[in-house]
Design a protein around this ligand. Structure first.
Ligand code: SF4
Length: 342
């Protein structure tokens, strides 16, 4: 990547690793310390105003990565630059101020809202922590204004979470994230706990707010239909690694990595006349305690060759910002060049 493109990257994540060190086995064999490699050497960039999606099966590391990006979990290694600032260099007080610019929306509104707090207290709480210089009157004005923006009736301000539907509760969660006027938001499966009937409302709300406020979003999801509706670019994760990354249209129409191919073949098509060939995944996801050598997908890949068992494929740009980590699924020109047939 050249210097010029580095300057235009709004978020730049380089070689991020997050390992959890745990004791494995019974109480009597606690000496055996193992590392779960939840995120293992992940790099990507996000442009300002973009909706960048991270997809993959449960346990692939996408939620851990989202938390690491905001330092809710400290990474084991790597760097995270946001608007030119390395977040990992920030001290506690500097990071507290940074949380005015970076926020997160959690998956489950039922567990992210304290049932003993009113809507006013819940939405105002971030201002009490991150914008202490504001008066109570100014804070209240902001609460009313953001409630209006997310479609919550201001008359509900003294109500408690249990008095709301799931969709309204997620609007409270969104209002609470937006009240500090952030620029960059991690949305961790923000609609997966909601009824299908209200998902579309919340997704439309997020899309409208993103455009209106010029937000940059990371959208973590396992629901590919939602990703297709909302996102600009997609990164596919498997066992803590990104295996494919590209523009939404490239990823949805021209999957190169065998894992992406299987994952996307499972998307339901709402047309009885269209037949889509499902490509089922073979075997189970390997243990993250002991991920396979070489390509981490080789134990389930029907195309695997000998080299896949020993050599880890790099994530390579094959053109137009479409990246893939596979020894075999590269365009012919690249494969010919590597085999000396050029
Ligand atoms: Fe399959 Fe080999 Fe490609 Fe891995 S590198 S996805 S095992 S073909």
């Amino acid at each position: 990547m050249d210097t010029n493109s580095r300057q235009t990257d709004y978020v730049r994540v380089e070689s991020i690793k997050k390992f959890f060190h745990t004791s494995k086995g019974s109480l009597f064999s606690r000496k055996e310390r193992k590392a779960v490699k939840a995120v293992n050497d992940v790099s990507f960039t996000i442009k300002k105003g973009e909706i960048f999606s991270i997809v993959g099966e449960s346990g692939c590391g996408k939620t851990t990565l989202g938390r690491v990006l905001l330092r809710l979990l400290e990474p084991t290694a790597g760097s995270i630059r946001f608007d030119g600032i390395n977040l990992l260099d920030l001290k506690k007080e500097e990071m507290r101020l940074m949380r005015n610019r970076v926020q997160i929306i959690f998956q489950d509104p039922y567990s992210s809202l304290n049932p003993r707090m009113t809507v006013k207290e819940l939405i105002k709480a971030p201002l009490d922590v991150f914008q202490r210089n504001l008066s109570e009157k100014e804070k209240l004005e902001k609460v009313f204004s953001i409630m209006e923006k997310v479609g919550l009736n201001p008359e509900f301000i003294e109500k408690y979470p249990h008095e709301f539907s799931g969709g309204q509760m997620q609007r409270i969660v969104i209002a609470r994230a937006l009240i500090v006027n952030p620029e960059f938001i991690i949305c961790d499966e923000p609609v997966s706990a909601l009824d299908v009937s209200v998902r579309a409302q919340v997704l439309n709300l997020l899309k409208d707010l993103q455009q209106e406020m010029g937000l940059t979003l990371v959208f973590i999801s396992h629901d590919l239909s939602v990703v297709r509706f909302l996102c600009d670019r997609v990164a596919v994760m498997y066992l803590g690694n990104i295996v494919e990354l590209g523009d939404k249209e490239d990823i949805f129409n021209n999957q190169l990595h065998p894992y992406t191919e299987s994952l996307f073949s499972a998307i339901p098509v709402p047309d009885p006349d269209v037949r889509v060939e499902r490509i089922p995944l073979e075997g189970d996801v390997p243990s993250p305690y002991d991920p396979p050598q070489g390509c981490s997908f080789h134990t389930r890949c029907k195309y695997a060759e000998e080299c896949c068992k020993t050599i880890k494929p790099e994530l390579r740009d094959i053109g137009n910002g479409h990246l893939v980590a596979c020894h075999l699924r590269l365009p012919e020109q690249i494969l010919n060049k590597e085999n000396g047939n050029d």
